[in-house]
Design a protein around this ligand. Structure first.
Ligand SMILES: [Cu+2]
Length: 130
């Protein structure tokens, strides 16, 4: 009888730990909210013209408008001549940029967002053009 009870207690403990562990992981993911995210068109990237959609969020995950988002595009393995400019605001924390991927291989988009409060966020994305 007492064996059965300790088994049940162990089971409850195990479930508790598993649930807590899972919750911690989910919390960990949500607190590491990426301030700058990037999607591309096409995806995956191919040689030629490409669109870059940049999303800017604050630390609570809310979209940030009126941010100054600049980009700088080049290959990581050689200097192809940097393509840079300011991304065009689309509303809802989204900004659009474009570039011309003139060669196969690894390219880097370096993005800087100057937030409305003046703080700066930098992020590099490396993508393979294939
Ligand atoms: Cu190249």
């Amino acid at each position: 009888m007492s064996n059965k009870i300790s088994l049940v207690v162990l089971l409850i403990l195990a479930i508790g730990v598993a649930t807590l562990g899972w919750k911690t992981k989910v919390l960990g993911e949500s607190t590491s909210t990426e301030l700058i995210t990037l999607t591309t068109e096409p995806s995956p990237l191919r040689p030629g013209k490409a669109k870059f959609l940049i999303k800017v969020k604050d630390k609570d995950g809310r979209p940030v408008d009126n941010s100054k988002v600049s980009f700088d595009l080049n290959m990581t393995t050689m200097n192809m001549g940097t393509q840079k400019g300011e991304a065009v605001e689309q509303g809802n924390g989204q900004y659009r940029a474009q570039g011309n991927l003139t060669m196969l291989g690894p390219w880097r988009v370096r993005i800087q967002a100057v937030m409305p409060d003046g703080s700066k966020e930098n992020k590099d994305f490396v993508m393979n053009v294939r």
